[in-house]
Design a protein. Structure first.
Length: 268
């Protein structure tokens, strides 16, 4: 099934929701219709129990080159009244779209080809697992233009890579090739160009085969405990984890293992 808007393609691949940024002529720079579509995609993934993972990628050999200021000023194909209605209903919508103020319940895998810079690298930091083609490029270029990376990078980046690397990326504004981005820990996989989506869907398939309640609880626990002391984190883990053992899915997992068959999970 395929849907979405002109600037964002939404597809189902099995239990995975694939969101494709679709402005290849602008290296998938962010427009208002794209941000609205992204927000709607995250909400769809959260609310649909049939979705077990999400893949975020870009069309035309690019991931995202950041904000398109001209498109944002003009509103693209989303007419002014519709835009005003959406923003009036949720003035925080654009930050949620960029995963600054929203964390999806389901695992989010980034499949990066080509440029993933400025706002692209900022959205990337809101994803959980990251795959990139060998020719992908990363970077936060804002300081080169006298701007501030206000999508969350001064807070999140140093929590995801060593501080010395985070500060170098933030303060120099230089591009980082995929191999270097992997070396500092910004991404997890470097694959041949053109195969990032294939690898991301492979990882998504492994996640989708697992108990969805367990997967979502594990993801939530990792983020909830990130800034806690070890003692507080371990207490929080028990609060989050023990109820999973009482689910029908947990019993099904053990039964399927004993019977040497694939489990059939029902989110119960």
């Amino acid at each position: 099934m395929t849907s979405g808007t002109e600037h964002l393609i939404v597809e189902r691949v099995g239990a995975t929701l694939v969101l494709t940024l679709n402005r290849p002529e602008a290296r998938n720079a962010l427009s208002l219709p794209m941000l609205v579509g992204l927000y709607d995609g995250w909400i769809e993934a959260d609310q649909d129990d049939a979705v077990r993972s999400v893949v975020l990628t870009g069309a035309g050999g690019a991931f995202c080159a950041g904000m398109d200021l001209k498109a944002l000023a003009g509103g693209g194909r989303l007419d002014g009244q519709q835009l005003r209605d959406r923003l009036a209903a949720d003035p925080d919508l654009h930050w949620k779209a960029m995963l600054r103020h929203h964390r999806p319940r389901k695992p989010v895998i980034a499949a990066v080809e080509g440029p993933c810079v400025a706002g692209g690298t900022e959205i990337l930091q809101g994803t959980d697992i990251r795959v990139a083609g060998r020719g992908a490029t990363f970077g936060l270029f804002e300081v080169r233009r006298g701007l501030f990376p206000i999508g969350g990078s001064t807070v999140r980046l140093a929590r995801q890579v060593p501080r010395t690397h985070a500060l170098e990326m933030l303060l120099t504004g230089r591009p980082y090739p995929a191999e270097e981005a992997a070396r500092i820990g910004l991404i997890g996989h470097v694959v041949p160009d053109g195969t990032a989506l294939e690898k991301a869907l492979e990882i998504a398939g492994l996640i989708n085969a697992n108990g969805p309640l367990a997967v979502e609880a594990v993801k939530a626990s990792v983020y909830e405990t990130a800034e806690m002391t070890e003692a507080d984190g371990l207490r929080s883990e028990l609060t989050r984890g023990w109820p999973i053992f009482d689910t029908a899915d947990a019993k099904e997992g053990s039964k399927a293992f004993a019977e040497k068959r694939p489990p059939v999970y029902r989110r119960t």
